[in-house]
Design a protein around this ligand. Sequence first.
Ligand code: GAP
Length: 457
Amino acid sequence: MADIQLLDKVISLAKRRGFVYPSSEIYGGFAAVYDFGPYGVELENALKRFWWLHVVQAREDIVGLDSSIFMHPRIWEASGHVGGFSDPLIECKKCHTRTRADKMLNEMGVEADEKISIEDINRLITGNNHKIKCPQCGANDFTPAKKFNLLVKSNLGNFTDDLTEDPVYLRGETCQGIYVNFKSVLDSSRVKIPFGIAQIGKAFRNEITARRFIFRTREFEQMEMQFFTAPEDEMVQYEILRQDRWDFYKALGFNMTNLRWKKHENLVFYAKEAYDIEYDFPWGFDEIEGVHARGDYDLSQHSKFSGTDLGYADPSTGQKYMPHIIESSSGVGRLVLAILCDAYSEDEKNGETRVFLKLQKTLAPVQVAVIPLARNKPELTQKAKQIFDSLKWNFRSEYDNSGNIGKAYRRQDEIGTPACITVDFQSLEDDTVTVRDRDTAAQERVGVDKLVSFLNT
Ligand code: GAP
C-alpha cells in the first residue's frame, strides 16, 4: 500500500549505508543525477547479473550486445526521437519552475500521458486550472504547454562552437543500438528468427521533472531485450514474453501483490499492444518495465533511413519479410528503488525498532559477514579472517571487525546481509561458529567445514 513516508526512510537508508548518493554533492548537487555507493553498486551489479542470467544465459535464442552510447545522428531521426520524443512542458509565470504537465495532471487524478496532444493537454489544464498549483511556489498561473524534446545533445566530433548543426545525441534508449546491429548479429552468429538481442547500458534524457529520488533521472541504465519474430508470430511471442517478464519479478523475490500490469490505452500508431509492469511505490503504482509489441516499425524505419535492407529471408521457406519486434525494457536504478522499497522492513527487538532489508540472497550486496566477537583478541580475529578468506570466492563477503557485535548486526541488517557469522571463544575449541539469520535474528551453531553448504541452502 502506498506510504509516502517509506520513500523518506528508503532515501535516508540509501544515503546512510552507502547505496545511493546525490551526484556532485560537495558542489551542492546536480539535479536528477545520482551516484551508486559501495553497496549500491553491488546491488546494481547483482540485479544486472540476475537479469542477464534469465534473459540471455538461460536462453538458447537470445544473444547479448554492447553497442556504443554515441551513434549516427540519423538513427534518432529514423526512430522518431528527433521529431517526437518530447514531454509536455509548462512554466510557472511567477517563479519560472518548469514542470511536466501530464504528471502534474496525474497527481490530481486527471488521466493524461506523454503521448497526449498539446491541444488536449492545454484543454485539460484550462479545465482544471483552479486545482493546479506550481510545485515550487504554489501559484496557478502557467504558460500554455509546449512539447519539449528530451534528447541530450553533445559536441562529439564537432569542432566549432555551433551545436545546432547536426548534433550528435547521447542515446535516449539502448534499443536503437540493437536495431541497427540486427543485420550484423544475424550475419555473424547462428541465430535465426525467432531470436532476441539483449543489452544493458546507459541512456540519457533531458527529463523536465525529475523527482522521487532515482525513479526518474537524466542519466540512467536500461536493461532491454528486443525479440525478432515473423509477422504472424508476433502476438503469440508477445504473450510468452509477458509471462516470462512476470516470472522474472517472482524469481527476484518481489512481493507480487505490489506488482500489476497496466495496459496502454493510447497506443503509438505502429504498436500492436503495450503493457507496463507497475510497482506500488510509496506514492502509488508506477511503471518499472514496458513490454511492447512494436510491429515492423523499427526495422522498416532503419531500412528506409539507412538505405540498407533489413528484411529477413527465412532459410527454410524462403519467405521474405520485415521482422516484427516485441520488447521488454526496464531501468536499473528504477528497479533498485523498487527492490529497496519492497525489502525495507522494521520490527521491534528489545524495545527498539530494528530496520532491515529483506533482500533475497542473490541480490544482497553482502551475502555473508564474518565478525570476530572482540577485535582486540588476535586468536579470534585471525580465525575470523581465515573463515572470511575461505568464503570470499563463493559469496560476496565482508570481514566486519568493528568490535561491537550489536552495532555490526544492526549495520548488516540495514544493508540486507542474510547471514552473519560470529567467531567466538567456542570457535577456537570446536571449530564451530554461530550463523545469525537476518530476518528472524535466530542463531545456529555450524561447523566451519559445513559453512559453504549451509549458506548455500
Ligand atoms: N525502448 C523503450 C523505452 O525506452 P521507456 O518506457 O521510455 O521505453 C523503459 O523506458 C524503462 O526505462 C522504464 O520502464 C523505466 O524503467 C526506465 N526509464 C525510462 N526513463 C527513465 C528515467 N528518466 N530514469 C530512470 N529510469 C527510466
